[in-house]
Design a protein around this ligand. Structure first.
Ligand code: GRF
Length: 219
């Protein structure tokens, strides 16, 4: 895997998605508009060949790959193949954008601390296994919450429990349905994800520069 270094410029994202891919679209727009500079999407991977996000990536002439569970004898074998694909595309940062499978050891090991996910709640609230899609917003409404939002976090083996890198808040309105709340949160996701990716990459660059400044000069 290439490292996040100035020599490996630009930073290469590997997107994993399973569905409509609106977060992927927002990240791509941020790259194209210059809000997310020095960054490219090197591959878009899906576990569903008919995912809308995959079609969008193909229309935009990005490299794509499909890894369907039915073609692999185990979750580890599937994730091994995905990790190999990410490595072959020299991905620096793996971005989960509506990916509906839990990431297992082969990807975790190859991209430790380099996998981000976005979740449609203010983690640690309303996260964990099974807390997906409209279920999240139904639970928020059932509990009479006054606000909700979205979180970008580092992916660790415990689902939705990795360190939160950024959050956006939205109000819950009196007549909200799960759908109307989901739409308000999603609009925030599209702003938050590119911002956090940019911050993540900047932090890595800063760390690298600090390291260079402190490295002894070899004579
Ligand atoms: C988003 O709500 C995200 O928070 C969750 O899955 C959904 C993906 O939406 N992880 P999209 O495919 O990016 O439109």
């Amino acid at each position: 895997m290439s490292s996040l270094s100035k020599q490996a410029w630009p930073f290469r994202l590997g997107i994993l998605l399973s569905g409509r891919g609106s977060n992927f679209g927002a990240i791509q727009e941020a790259i194209e508009s210059g809000q997310l500079p020095d960054t490219v999407i090197s591959v878009v991977i899906s576990n569903h060949s008919n995912a809308l996000g995959l079609q969008k990536a193909q229309e935009n002439n990005l490299s794509t790959a499909v890894f369907e569970k039915a073609n692999y004898e185990s979750r580890a074998a599937l994730d091994e193949a995905i990790a190999d694909c990410l490595k072959a595309h020299q991905v620096d940062l793996v971005v989960l954008a509506g990916y509906d499978r839990i990431i297992s050891a082969p990807i975790m090991a190859a991209f430790e601390q380099r996998i981000l996910n976005i979740h449609p709640s203010l983690l640690p609230a309303y996260g964990g296994k099974g807390m997906v899609g409209l279920k999240v917003h139904q639970a928020v409404l059932a509990n009479g919450e006054k606000e909700s939002g979205c979180s970008v976090h580092l992916v660790t083996p415990q689902v939705d429990e990795g360190p939160v890198l950024g959050q956006s808040r939205v109000p819950v309105m009196p007549h909200d349905t799960p759908e109307s709340l989901a739409a308000r949160v999603l609009a925030e996701e599209h702003r938050l994800y590119p911002r956090v990716i940019r911050q993540y990459l900047q932090n890595h660059l800063n760390r690298e520069e600090n390291q260079e400044a402190h490295d002894p000069v070899l004579q």
